[in-house]
Write a protein that binds this ligand. Structure first.
Ligand SMILES: C[S@@+](CC[C@H](N)C(=O)[O-])C[C@H]1O[C@@H](n2cnc3c(N)ncnc32)[C@H](O)[C@@H]1O
Length: 268
């Protein structure tokens, strides 16, 4: 895969994707209604973490999943062995920026934590629209990394996060793409566009959820640890300090975790 990818494809990262999909399922699938949908295109299916959930929640769905990475698809074919065998899921190695699918009449498309990783998200959405039936719905859930905040103020954590996002920007990713979804969907010809800002905001009222979110999010930060050290963007000292801040935030009675992602829907 010539295109650079911040998280990597090691087993630990692939396991993180499965954990993430389960952990965020109650949020990501809020408002996803595919009960009467037959053929779904999933773009950037990764290791099949969302595909598996989609199959479980919507038993009539037939899913074609595409991903650029051979390593992800190899794991996806194991994760989804049962669904592939029964003919419900088929996987293809494709670059979403050059999408070449035999079907151009999908009933819906699902895109999750994906557009941040491609150099040209507009091109991807234009390609997706061309493969949908008129009126078919697209569901897009994407990051807006500028929104992360943790109280008590955690400067090493935020400095590391800046380097994480700046590195992603340097390798032509889009860590703030959530805020652009309305523009991108409009420019790619979609109609009936709806954009929702969806905050995760946890404080002393829900200490267990707050701690779980701090942990979950910390794993995302650490997924780029090796890369950020190798590229000299962060030092082991900064990481040590960041780990201390995270421990403090997890224990502090009045700590706050805040992050917002963006969910957009539109029709072709
Ligand atoms: C963060 S993962 C998300 C996977 C899945 N949607 C999920 O929620 O678990 C992003 C995926 O995008 C894939 N990817 C990156 N660039 C791509 C491209 N140009 N075309 C297709 N897939 C790509 C990566 O291989 C990776 O599997």
């Amino acid at each position: 895969m010539a295109q650079k990818y911040i998280h990597g494809f090691e087993k630990k990262e692939q396991d993180r994707l499965i954990y993430q999909a389960d952990f965020l399922e109650p949020y990501v699938y809020q408002g996803v209604d595919l009960e009467f949908t037959k053929n779904l295109l999933e773009v950037g299916c990764g290791v099949g973490a969302q595909t598996q959930i989609l199959c479980r929640r919507f038993p009539k769905l037939q899913i074609d999943g595409i991903d650029l990475s051979e390593a992800q698809l190899k794991t996806a074919s194991k994760v989804l062995a049962k669904e592939i065998k029964s003919g419900r899921v088929s996987l293809q190695q494709q670059d979403a920026q050059k999408l070449g699918l035999s079907k151009t009449d999908y009933d819906a498309a699902f895109i999750c934590w994906f557009l941040e990783h491609v150099p040209d998200p507009l091109l991807v959405l234009k390609n997706v629209r061309k493969n949908l039936k008129p009126g078919a719905k697209v569901y897009v859930s994407e990051v807006f990394n500028h929104s992360l905040f943790m109280e008590p103020y955690s400067p090493a954590y935020l400095k590391y996060w800046f380097e994480f996002n700046d590195f992603q920007w340097e390798i032509k990713g889009h860590p703030f793409v959530g805020a652009q979804l309305g523009n991108l969907l409009k420019a790619s010809g979609f109609k009936n566009i709806n954009v929702e800002i969806r905050p995760f905001h946890f404080d002393s009222r829900e200490p267990e959820k707050r701690a779980a979110f701090i942990d979950y999010f910390f794993d995302i930060l650490l997924s780029a640890e090796e890369t950020l050290i190798k590229t000299k963007r962060v030092t082991p000292q900064l990481i040590k300090q960041m780990k201390k801040e995270v421990e403090i935030a997890k224990k502090a009675k009045n700590s706050v975790f805040f992050y917002s992602y963006v969910r957009a829907t539109a029709t072709a």
